[in-house]
Write a protein that binds this ligand. Structure first.
Ligand code: AMP
Length: 452
């Protein structure tokens, strides 16, 4: 399997990456051998180091192999990509044809489109099928060349895909299988009209697979429009992030957030930290400040060029940069092993975004820390998150941090300075802290974060 666009935008085969083999997705009991996949796929699975299928793989592979339409309610980190890639490869291998587009994956972001193609390529090392990743922000030429040579599978973002379609470089006459990956995020990003346009161009008789972490009404409507007698698979409630995640809320005035963040980043165990900011502008500003303070920082948001984004991701993945600052959309679906901490510099707008953000750490049975810096105005959003998670998140303060600097006041109620935090373990959670409780909120809210 080769592809059109690699990290340098050039065509060419890329070996299976260690990054794809690593994280511990929750595994189901049985072995891959029972799933009746082609022996060449089993070899690829073994090379990847996958020993047993994850629950979504156990549940999704048989109906997809049987040609059924499937709705998969699952987030990144569950093994969902292999759950559709493996049976699709198996089906395409049953009836080899000469380089016609037969399967199309549509993803909301370039990163996800590329990641699915990398995953596909790694799993199909022994399979004579050809794939291309098609996304904007990189030169057209390598993609045009790959399309001219013929591909069996495309993993694409909607806009660039339509560019190629309208220029006559892609036709869908032989298309057998459509996958919409992260459908809810495509909706958020305004891609639904493009998706509808693409769907109108596809042969009506085809297999449809939709994966989405949440099922907003617009996606359900789409599901009813295009899926025929679908099998629904629900993996992990959106309200149940991996059990290994240790949450901590740091109440702090807005104008002191960067100062507190700097202190946190200097703690031991902060090896690979993904920081979320709400806007591109605040992501840029924050990363500049952190660089000035001596941190090695990657930035990931939609206004960066494709090559900047790929380089940023790569440096963070390889551990060259300790920190990556990202916006929600840019980080969506990104698969990076061993993120030690997720820090919410801004509280996410929706509780679902909180679950998505912290899903980047503590993949499955691993552990990881999720810290949230909370200004008093953001308390209602924290309350919504707590309602979704059905638990109170512990409040934490750093004992020797000057919460009153610049006119602010020390948050009340989140006691500190005595003993160890509740959670220890791999990453040495918030080392100097003591957890307060919900009772803190009222005093904190009424308190004074002047200047924030
Ligand atoms: P995904 O949810 O598709 O983004 O996959 C998350 C990560 O889990 C990827 O790095 C996969 O390579 C990995 N993975 C997928 N399936 C398995 C499996 N059965 N065993 C171990 N790792 C897996």
């Amino acid at each position: 399997m080769s592809e059109s666009s690699t990290h340098n935008g050039q065509p060419g085969p890329v070996p299976a990456k260690a990054a794809l083999a690593g994280p511990a997705v929750p595994l189901a009991g049985e072995s891959f051998d029972t799933l009746r996949l082609h022996s060449d796929l089993l070899k690829g699975i073994r090379d990847m180091g996958f020993e047993r299928p994850s629950p979504i793989q156990t549940q999704a592979i048989p109906p997809i192999l049987a040609g059924r339409d499937v709705i998969g309610c699952a987030q990144t980190g569950t093994g969902k990509t292999a759950a559709f890639v493996l049976p699709i490869l198996h089906r395409l291998m049953q009836r080899p044809t000469g380089r016609h587009l037969r399967a199309l994956f549509i993803a909301p972001t370039r990163e996800l489109a590329l990641q699915s193609m990398e995953h596909l390529r790694a799993l199909s090392r022994y399979v004579p099928l050809k794939g291309a990743a098609i996304f904007g922000g990189v030169p057209m030429e390598p993609q045009i060349k790959a399309l001219r040579e013929g591909v069996d599978i495309i993993s694409a973002t909607p806009g660039r895909l339509l560019d190629h379609v309208y220029s006559g470089r892609i036709d869908f006459v032989d298309l057998e299988i459509l996958v919409l990956d992260e459908a809810d995020r495509m909706l958020d990003m305004g891609f639904l009209p493009d998706i509808q346009k693409i769907i109108r161009l596809l042969p009506p008789k085809r297999q449809n697979l939709i994966f989405s972490a949440t099922m907003p009404p617009e996606i359900l409507t789409l599901v009813h429009q295009i899926l025929h007698d679908p099998v629904t698979i629900q993996i992990g409630q959106r309200s149940s992030p991996a059990a290994g995640i240790r949450h901590a809320v740091y109440p702090v005035a807005r104008h002191l957030k960067t100062e507190l963040l700097t202190r946190l980043l200097r703690q031991e165990g902060m090896t690979s930290v993904l920081i979320f900011a709400r806007t591109k502008h605040s992501a840029d500003r924050l990363s500049q400040t952190l660089v000035q303070r001596g941190f090695k920082v990657s930035v990931l948001h939609g206004d960066r060029s494709q090559s900047q984004r790929l380089r940023a991701l790569d440096q963070f993945r390889r551990g060259r940069n300790q920190v990556m600052v990202a916006t929600d959309i840019a980080a969506r679906g990104i698969d990076i092993d061993d993120i030690s901490h997720v820090i919410n510099y801004d509280v996410p707008n929706t509780p679902e975004d909180y679950v998505h953000r912290i899903g980047r750490t503590a993949r499955a049975d691993a552990t990881g820390d999720a810290f949230t810096l909370v200004d008093h105005q953001e308390e209602p959003q924290v309350e919504a998150i707590e309602q979704l998670l059905k638990k109170t998140l512990p409040r934490v303060t750093l004992p020797d941090f000057n919460y009153g600097a610049g006119g602010g006041h020390k948050p009340q109620g989140a006691r500190h300075g005595v003993g160890r935090p509740q959670h220890g373990g791999r990453h040495q959670g918030p080392r100097h802290s003591q957890h307060g409780h919900r009772s803190h909120r009222k005093s904190h809210q009424g308190g004074s974060h002047g200047g924030s």
